[in-house]
Design a protein around this ligand. Structure first.
Ligand code: SF4
Length: 234
């Protein structure tokens, strides 16, 4: 059945598919078994993925969602920001980072003149973990194929990882964020940098030298500098 499921996925989103739900869309074709991988190249657009994720039950998180949260920003942005999972505001709106943490993230980006045109923001898991608990390894694994497809579609030069689950999922880093934040890691032709999650900054309001907010300011300036260098190099 696994190979049939995969063939069905390719047929569903053939290159001629429209961005909106294709005629004859059949949610039964979504591989509910998380062991059936989502092949690279399955999606041509984020809209296709949004439709698909809203009918996905590859893990139990699908059972309580209001909206699957795919992403916001520019789908061709040079910078991708990957968070953990949707909270209540995100589940209700279908958009990532729209609560207080999201507003702080937007302010941090604006402080170095980065706008929604420069970034694409998404999460490791697309459906809200109940009670804002951490996503479980099996849920992350079930959803990872969607994230990898997002990276393929956006093709960013820089990926910022906010918090431990983004670091773990994309780089396999298990160290604490305070040890690795602000460090560039080159992988598959892209530059990754772990940064503090904005929700953590909301809980640590100090701006003193060495505080999380101060460190974030150093990191985002470094990101701006690196992006400028890359654009200068073409
Ligand atoms: S979290 Fe991901 S894998 Fe789980 S149901 Fe939602 S879209 Fe599917």
């Amino acid at each position: 059945m696994a190979s049939q499921d995969q063939i069905s996925l390719f047929e569903l989103f053939s290159p001629s598919s429209e961005p909106s739900p294709p005629e004859g869309f059949n949610p039964d074709l979504i591989p509910t078994d998380a062991k059936v991988p989502i092949p690279a190249g399955t999606y041509q657009t984020m809209e296709q993925m949004r439709v698909h994720c809203n009918q996905c039950f590859r893990c139990a998180l699908g059972e309580n969602r209001t909206n699957a949260v795919i992403g916001r920003g520019n789908v061709k942005a040079p910078i991708m920001i990957v968070g953990e999972g949707p909270g209540q505001n995100e589940d209700e709106t279908g958009l990532p980072f729209v609560g207080k943490a999201g507003q702080l993230l937007d302010k941090i980006l604006a402080s170095v003149k980065l706008t929604e045109n420069d970034v694409y923001i998404c999460n490791v898991v697309k459906c809200r973990p109940p009670g804002n608990r951490d996503p479980q390894p099996a849920e992350i694994e079930a959803c990872k194929g969607y994230l990898l497809e997002q990276i393929r579609l956006v093709n960013p030069k820089i990926i910022l990882l906010t918090g431990k689950y983004a670091m773990l999922t994309l780089l396999g880093i298990k160290q604490g964020i305070t040890k690795v934040r602000g460090q560039w890691v080159e992988r598959d032709g892209r530059l990754y940098m772990p940064i503090f999650h904005p929700a953590y900054l909301l809980r640590n309001q100090s701006r003193e030298k060495g505080s999380p907010k101060w460190l974030m300011w150093q990191d985002i300036q470094e990101v701006r500098k690196k992006l400028d260098e890359m654009e200068w190099d073409g």
